[in-house]
Design a protein around this ligand. Structure first.
Ligand code: ATP
Length: 314
């Protein structure tokens, strides 16, 4: 095998709680993660070693001496095709460790909104790790890939695993959960930039603090998932980071309200935002909400998709 294409799927958080800030600056989290069927496409081809570089089609070329050549299509100019790209770094990590002599051509077609709370970069890294392992027959199992993935980002191990999972620690301690009953997932990203650093540094967690946050009940949500109860799971959706982002960027709350008005079972911001997702049990309502959000002024990017589980999507 010398070439491979891969779908690198995005995630949403059905629940996101922040427990505490750690001495190393990271936060201890508890998150319910769910893969959705919105993906970047990654095509990989093994080449003879030698000429390599990185370029963004239409955006010039960034030369490089490595044997990895990366092209990026899409991404609205926000994703550079250089050695900082997580897809590049993932290939480099394994190719260096295993002293691979051949080269690799990677074409990354971005479809997942960038810096959106959907783990776009992490899922690209996960996909490249999996693909490089296969292409060069490295023989790494899932756990071994995850150990390497966490060096690239806390969400990368989850993206390698995919499906429904509870993520703890900084996001790297994973417990697989049963698949959530299928739902239609409407995503809407307002045309704003929200820095993850801003969100975490403005989060107030202190118990005695007047502004202290209401924590979602992650254990109860996990239980609802184990029972296969979509409605109870949705009722228990909560993201503590909304306590920072909604006051700072009211459009996030407005999109959520609009989705609820359109008949969503529930709606919430994913990750540190700013993308909001709504879950719908009725395809008609989901489609109407998609049309409504698409023509409105609140969201720049709107997508209608569904949960990804290996059983439902090929
Ligand atoms: P998370 O949900 O994990 O916080 P996110 O969806 O908010 O992630 P990403 O789309 O992963 O954010 O992008 C964050 C930044 O990472 C971008 O601004 C971009 O500069 C950088 N980046 C590096 N590689 C990639 C990649 N392959 N795809 C997207 N962004 C990338």
């Amino acid at each position: 095998m010398d070439q491979l294409t891969w779908k690198a799927r995005a995630k949403i958080n059905l629940g996101l709680d922040v427990l505490r800030k750690r001495p190393d600056g990271y936060h201890d989290l508890r998150m319910v993660m769910q893969t959705i069927d919105l993906y970047d496409e990654i095509a990989l081809r093994v080449t003879e070693s030698g000429a390599a570089g990185a370029d963004t089609i239409g955006n010039g070329t960034a030369g490089d001496d490595a044997a990895i050549r990366l092209r990026v299509q899409g991404g609205g100019g926000l994703v550079t095709a250089d050695s900082q790209n997580l897809a590049y770094r993932a290939a480099e990590l394994l190719m260096k460790e295993f002293a691979i002599r051949q080269g690799l051509d990677i074409t990354l077609t971005k479809k997942i909104p960038v810096a959106a709370g959907l783990a776009g970069g992490s899922t690209d890294a996960a996909a490249v790790l999996i693909a490089v392992n296969q292409l060069f027959d490295l023989g790494l199992d899932e756990r071994e890939l995850m150990e390497r993935g966490v060096k690239l980002g806390a969400d990368v191990p989850y993206c390698i695993m995919g499906g429904t999972a509870l993520a703890e620690g900084i996001g790297e301690q994973l417990t697989r959960l049963p698949s959530v009953p299928q739902a239609h997932v409407l995503l809407a990203k307002p045309p704003i930039q929200v820095s993850t650093k801003f969100v975490y540094s403005n989060l107030r967690l202190g118990d005695s603090d007047a502004q202290s946050v209401r924590h979602p009940d992650i254990d109860a949500q996990v239980q609802a998932i184990r029972e296969g109860d979509l409605y109870r799971m949705a009722e228990l959706m909560g993201n503590v980071l909304e306590t920072v982002t909604i006051p700072a960027f009211p459009v996030i709350g407005e999109i959520r309200d609009r989705m609820m008005h359109c008949g969503a079972v529930n709606a919430m911001m994913s990750g540190s935002g700013p993308t909001v997702f709504g879950l719908f049990d009725d395809p008609e309502k989901a489609r109407e909400a998609y049309t409504e959000l698409s023509k409105g002024e609140l969201a720049g990017e709107v997508y209608l998709t569904e949960f990804y589980t290996p059983e439902t999507v090929t």
